[in-house]
Design a protein around this ligand. Sequence first.
Ligand SMILES: [Zn+2]
Length: 343
Amino acid sequence: MKTRSMHLLLILLGTFVCPVAGAAEPAAWGAMEVAGNSVEPGTKGRFPVISERGFEASYLNMPVYVARGAKAGPTLCVTAAIHGDETNSVEIARRVFAETDATKLSGTLYMLPFVNADGFRNRKREMTDGRDLNRTFPGSANGSVASLVANFVFTDLTSRCTALVDLHTGSNLRSNYPQIRVDLENEAARELAVHFGVSMILGGGGPDGSLRGEILKAGIPAIIYEAGGPLLFQEEEVARGTEGVRNVMHYLGMAEIPGYEPPHPKIYEKTRWVRVPRGHGGFFFPELTMGAIVKEGTRMGYVVDPVTDEVHVLTSQYDGQIIGMTLPQPVLSGYPLFHLGVE
Ligand SMILES: [Zn+2]
């Protein structure tokens, strides 16, 4: 219990005076201004982030969901669909928000549930200008469409959030075992990761220009939840993600989950890919399922050449666990097939 309070304090310092620590009085708690709207304590609202009209507005606009708690507390920010084809993430955000009772909430739940709104409507990972938004943060006020959106989101979130949960799924016809990705060297972020409550954590700082990486550099603890594949609602992954965000709200002292026990997840600090060997492109058929444990030499699936009918059996070069995989499809030399967590 003592450790939990200390970690909470780490997270809450700087943005909010933690009641657990029993230090100074929290600042007066009142309405919150969001996109020209005032959200009163104990109420919720959903708004467009920009009110202008015009040709470009539809490419830049996105909704914001805000639940302003009746009582003072931290601000948990949740982002989804930074990659527009990552459909599970949007439903997780919607479900958490719909089921949050602002009259019983301490603090603020602040959500950008369709960050790449145009991509989401068009079922595309990239932004309208073809860029990967999650390699564009912190963005620029005078850049491309992706850069403008990144700049708005980054500026908005860094001015508000105590902590960030960014929701993703596998992209490009890949699927991921439910996992949290986190920079294990950041203690506050690591605690968020553990308290999300899924059984697997992957360590790593994330690519340059990712929201998680850049916002962590700005001093806000951030994690990613990755689960399932693109373009579908997968009930198991949505339910697990919804529960995870609620667990984080419980950990931050925003909402109570009776009987909640923090889990003991498996932590992988390294990952490796099993790829299509050179010259063995064709039709890929996996034979193992997500989460399977493999040893060096374990048979994992095969690629059949549709011109020669030659079958190339795929074996693992590593001892590890399947944390992500490509769905059955045509593949070429070097294409990543199985993502392994390795000891
Ligand atoms: Zn993603």
